[in-house]
Design a protein. Structure first.
Length: 248
């Protein structure tokens, strides 16, 4: 059985985690399960090249359900929303066979314009129907690829717009916003011990190229795409610090 944090669950409606099956969203799922009595997950099929992450979602959820009984009791349904039309419109190196490089705008070619905004609209509509108040996402502007829709200012504006447009009081939670990738690994350890770290290494998927052949200390991936580089660097920094536990 994995270790549990000492955080108590909050009052009020539960949480909907935007769950890709990657490292960050897995840590966010654990973070939500440590706080809310009811936690559901939503994924998005937008035609991503690394569609293997959709399979990783099932593996991570199963691992958490089997290894953390207290969390399993709080883990509710999962849903995958089809958004391939959006992926076609907002074409990038994540949705088309294009080189991963910096563009003339100074953004990586992996940037999918408006992706997080579209995700949050869909997630909010689902949360409205499911009676969930908290939308939890792994967006971060400390260690990230420069995507403007990962910034907290963007998400604050989105939260205001969604609440005005839906007459709701949603809260967009971003537990990783101000921490580094090394601290994200430490947060995982603090939330679920080595069992959660192992689940992230074994089952989560981050690599933009969908590589599940090459295994590293930090998990599977090509090791050279921006997502792999961020994950590997964070793991190395955390390991160099002696893998200390970090409680939320």
């Amino acid at each position: 059985m994995g270790a549990m944090s000492e955080a108590t669950s909050t009052t009020g409606p539960g949480a909907l985690v935007l769950f890709s099956g990657g490292q960050d969203s897995t840590v966010c799922l654990a973070w939500a399960l440590a706080r809310y009595d009811r936690v559901e997950t939503v994924g998005f099929d937008y035609g991503q090249r690394h569609s293997i992450e959709l399979a990783a979602r099932d593996a991570v959820r199963a691992r958490i359900a089997a290894g953390f009984p207290d969390w399993a009791a709080r883990l509710g349904p999962d849903q995958v929303l089809e958004m391939r039309g959006f992926g076609d419109v907002a074409a990038s190196a994540l949705t088309a066979d294009r080189a991963i490089e910096m563009t003339a705008k100074g953004l990586p070619s992996t940037f999918v314009p408006g992706r997080n905004l579209a995700f949050l609209i869909y997630a909010a509509a689902l949360a409205d129907r499911r009676g969930l108040r908290h939308l939890v996402g792994g967006m971060c502007e400390t260690d990230f690829s420069g995507y403007p829709d990962c910034r907290r200012d963007t998400l604050d504006a989105m939260q205001t717009a969604v609440n005005l447009g839906m007459a709701q009081d949603f809260v967009i939670e971003t537990p990783l916003m101000w921490i580094t990738k090394a601290q994200t690994w430490a947060l995982a350890k603090g939330l679920g011990g080595e069992a959660l770290v192992a689940a992230i290494v074994d089952d989560s998927h981050t690599c933009y190229l969908g590589d599940r052949e090459h295994r590293h200390d930090w998990g599977y991936g090509c090791g050279t795409c921006p997502a792999c580089e961020l994950r590997a660097r964070g793991y190395a920094e955390w390991a160099a610090e002696g893998r200390p536990a970090r409680h939320p």
